[in-house]
Design a protein around this ligand. Sequence first.
Ligand SMILES: Cc1cc2nc3c(=O)[nH]c(=O)nc-3n(C[C@H](O)[C@H](O)[C@H](O)COP(=O)(O)O)c2cc1C
Length: 247
Amino acid sequence: MSTHSFAYPDFHAASSTEGRYMESENWTSVAHWPRAWLDIVFKTYPRMPLLRLPDVPWESQLSLSEALVQRSSDRANVAEPLALETLSVLLRESTRIKPTAVDHGSRRVYPSAGARFPVEVYVAVSRCEGVAGGLYHYRPLDHALEQLAAGPQRDRLRRVFGHDWIADARCVVLLSAELSRSAVKYGDRAYRFSLIEAGHLMHNLLLVGTDLGSAVTPIGGFADDRMHRYLGLGPTEEYVLYSAVVS
Ligand SMILES: Cc1cc2nc3c(=O)[nH]c(=O)nc-3n(C[C@H](O)[C@H](O)[C@H](O)COP(=O)(O)O)c2cc1C
């Protein structure tokens, strides 16, 4: 089958490195890495209201093999609000920074190319106990939500996703990537790496959500420009890549 009418061969070629970054003399020795390869950026909105989430323990109900088999894109519309504990554990356990001395705790429960961690997490909350309806940015360092917008999100979500069942969901998680964090090291390959990383984080959400008894459905289809405006990202190098409906 001919693929000449599609642009993906160009996407692939444009994000190929042909080993360029490996030719750097800094490449093999961490001691010689430039500062830009070592810094880990945590996005924050310091002027917005902060809601600390409860630090409830995660008492896992399923084995890994059970969670893998039970995970499914249920697209169920659940009327009752999401328990605050469920949202709290879902976000914390899917993104957690590992309490390890290795690399000064710079590793998380999902992998990241070069530990650059370009992926950011946002949540549109419609019905969750103890969390006012609104759009939030999640800060994994503090296990806290920063409120970016208050009030019902239904109409905005409907315009962004084009589906009532998504607009009516209790919560929608949005994964973006600030490409420059990865591009300082990997150039245009940062684009591929960010997509892959978002997939790793997504699978944590899917499996943890399944364990918590909540169907989480991955959603790749949305209007990019509307999504970009919805998060108020402006002329940045941060793009929304993936999202998840929490039923
Ligand atoms: C990258 C990706 C994008 C997806 N985008 C959507 C989407 O936009 N809308 C939707 O309803 N489901 C979406 N899905 C969910 C798939 O339709 C679903 O995973 C598939 O039908 C298999 O069903 P299962 O997840 O229950 O195993 C997406 C899944 C993936 C992996």
